[in-house]
Design a protein around this ligand. Sequence first.
Ligand SMILES: [Zn+2]
Ligand SMILES: [Zn+2]
Length: 117
Amino acid sequence: MTNEKISKHFTRSEIACKCGCGFDSMDAETLKIADEVRDFVGYPITPSSGARCLIHNRNIGSSDTSQHVKARAMDLPLKNPKLAYDWLCVKYPDRYGFGLYKTFIHIDTATGPARRW
Ligand SMILES: [Zn+2]
Ligand SMILES: [Zn+2]
């Protein structure tokens, strides 16, 4: 894991699998959307989840089909998740997967359009 920037706002270590396995790739399109959310909210975001190996993904109780396993999803903790979620749904009405949670939003580029809240 390194602090190498892999997009406008995010570093490789921020999107790496949290288990320490070294899985640290992330789809460029997913990163682009994350950068857009970062620019939209105007404050730094530390992803709570990015890439996940299958073992870690199972350990946290997620489905094997999760886009995090394919390095195509990020979870972004936000002060007002609904604001960014609504903005994304308007910006990309017929593309991507977005999920709205209490403290964060999930974004992915493999499914689409998919909405969860
Ligand atoms: Zn892992
Ligand atoms: Zn997610």
